[in-house]
Design a protein. Sequence first.
Length: 193
Amino acid sequence: MLDKIKRSYQDAAKNFSTFAEDNEKIEVTNQIAELIADAFRNGNKVIICGNGGSSTDAMHFAEEFTGRFRKARKALPVISLTDPSHITCVANDMGFEEIFARGVEAYGKKGDVLIGISTSGNSENVVRALAKAKKLGIKTVSLLGKNGGKLKDFCDYEIIVPGGTTDRIQELHITVLHVVIETVERILFPENY
């Protein structure tokens, strides 16, 4: 059993190492942070969505901006589309595929940013949310895994992380989200760093 545990840690470390050496992914991470910082500067917001573990990553990302990340600074507007009453209402009346698109329609406006998280790139409700965002003139970002699925090359910005399983992909997704938050703070609040 100890060998299996060690292999799991080594597998995770290999994914992180591979990702950290990909200069294109580092550049896209910076571009996403710049996009978000510009949205905040212009009085706009970020909306984020995902299913299951990606949903909790979305909530985590939002609270780091509305609350606090590393140091005190003003709250920044990020909405995670995870309200259970909204999800169950829309799923019941219009279908689960529409839960995030309806949230984008309700809260989104031109100048905002939508981040969609899908480890497979095939989550239909995330696909529809990103399509709705494009119709509304909202900039789109996707965090994907595996081969990117249906969402590959669909968004304005995308990061496809390595990993053969959902858990390994999610480990990198939350790290990317944390690095984006850190970079946005470095841009907007350099005195904190």
